[in-house]
Design a protein around this ligand. Structure first.
Ligand SMILES: *Cc1c(COP(=O)(O)O)cnc(C)c1O
Length: 401
């Protein structure tokens, strides 16, 4: 495993990430093309509007949209997109946000789409001065809820594609777009964590937002793609509330390079490599008492499979979250995907691994279970204890254990 020494130089813990693309772990491994492009541009000046226009061409080519630009992250992209829908290209209005005065400022969103991706999506919308109009109830939104929620004050409609949203009882994207389009309401689609760069535009979405630092393997950044007039209106927010969400030249060019690398990538080969990691764990962990394995296809049908590891506390001698914590506390720290751990399972996500890490992960899980069974030191704390501990630890920052 090649490490470049910087973690050691700064005394930072080495992390093996089997949880996916998480902001709290540094998102993703940046592809070499993006690293090189970002480093190369650092010592030059460049006209940012020209660089962003170049990015627009590449984003348009990759997404099928008319135009695009690079933002600080997807959350910023959502914020700027909503702002653009409210102000258009009126520079005075752009400077006045978050005061919207007489502008239509309502954003309709299905209640089941009001997610938290590390911060509440409501806040990214409300920062702009917009007001949220939740459509339906979390597990049920009907077409008539949406139709009736749209009115004179509606500035935009937001649709979220994600495993975080409620998966049942929602209005599908195509119908959502049709209803909004019939009423002249622009649709913004949050696709931050999706592989599919083209469908929403094909379906008629007006603006689509992606993360640069998730599957694309770009530097920290976001991508806004869509209708040229709205992309321009969103871009111009950099003269207003976009300022505290600034992206630099290295992030813009790095995102462009990551998109170009994505187009050239042998996605089938990547998928097969990930399957090999899963197969390794399947063999390694299949016989471990107290663990039960299942292959799990991605919730929103991204071409990625994960290993679902059920932990039977009676047989394994510890709760799923205790196993996750012990893996995290070791060296290197192994971070499993634990957002659904209340159900007694976690996931191993192969998308950020480099060859060799899969053996460390498999071995450590087997060892921790064996140890817990031998020592009988598990089943000591509940999930709510764990949450309280985790919050208490967060509140101690910058004292990090
Ligand atoms: C990750 C994520 C975001 C936030 O993306 P950032 O680029 O990290 O700001 C927003 N929406 C969804 C659905 C996400 O998965």
């Amino acid at each position: 495993m090649k490490e470049n020494g910087i973690l050691e130089r700064y005394g930072l813990m080495r992390v093996i990430n089997v949880s996916g693309t998480m902001t709290g772990l540094g998102a993703s491994r940046v592809v070499p093309e993006a690293i090189e492009a970002g480093a190369e541009i650092q010592s030059s000046f460049v006209r940012i509007d020209e660089l962003q226009a170049k990015a627009s061409t590449v984003i348009a080519h990759m997404t099928g949209a008319e135009a695009g630009f690079v933002t600080a992250c997807s959350a910023a992209g959502i914020c700027l997109s909503i702002s653009g829908c409210m102000t258009g290209t009126n520079l005075n209005r752009i400077e006045l946000l978050p005061d919207t005065y007489d502008l239509p400022n309502e954003v309709v969103v299905q209640a089941g789409h009001l997610i938290n991706y590390g911060a509440p999506i409501h806040q990214a919308i409300r920062l702009t001065g917009a007001r949220i109009v939740p459509v339906g109830t979390p597990a049920l939104a009907n077409f008539y809820n949406l139709e009736d929620s749209i009115g004179e004050q509606t500035a935009a409609a937001l649709f979220v594609v994600s495993h975080h949203v409620v998966q049942e009882g929602q209005i599908a994207l195509s119908e959502f777009i049709t209803i909004c389009r019939d009423r002249g309401v622009p649709v913004v689609v949050d696709m931050a964590s999706e592989y599919d760069l083209r469908s929403p535009i094909e379906l008629g979405a007006d603006l689509v937002v992606y993360s640069s630092h998730k599957f694309l393997g770009g530097p920290t950044g976001g991508i806004v793609a869509g209708r040229k007039d709205l992309v321009r209106a969103a871009y111009l927010q950099n003269k207003g509330i976009g300022r505290p969400m600034k992206i630099g030249k290295e992030g813009i060019i790095g995102t462009v390079a990551a998109l170009e690398a994505w187009a050239r990538r042998d996605h089938q080969a990547v998928y097969e490599c990930e399957q090999q990691y899963l197969n390794h764990w399947w063999k390694e962990l299949g016989g471990v008492p107290g663990l039960r394995l299942e292959k799990h296809h991605d919730w929103t049908d991204n071409p990625i499979d994960r290993l679902k590891v059920f932990v039977d506390p009676e047989e394994a001698g510890l709760y799923a979250w205790e196993l996750a914590d012990r893996l995290s506390a070791g060296e290197p720290s192994i971070q499993v995907r634990d957002d659904l751990i209340e159900h007694g399972y976690f996931f191993l996500d192969p998308c950020n691994l480099v060859s060799g890490e899969e053996t460390v992960v498999g071995q450590r899980i087997a060892d921790e279970v064996q140890l817990a069974r031998a020592k009988g030191d598990g089943k000591r704390y509940s999930l709510s204890d764990r949450k309280r501990r985790s919050v208490a630890s967060l509140l101690k920052w910058p004292d990090v254990s």
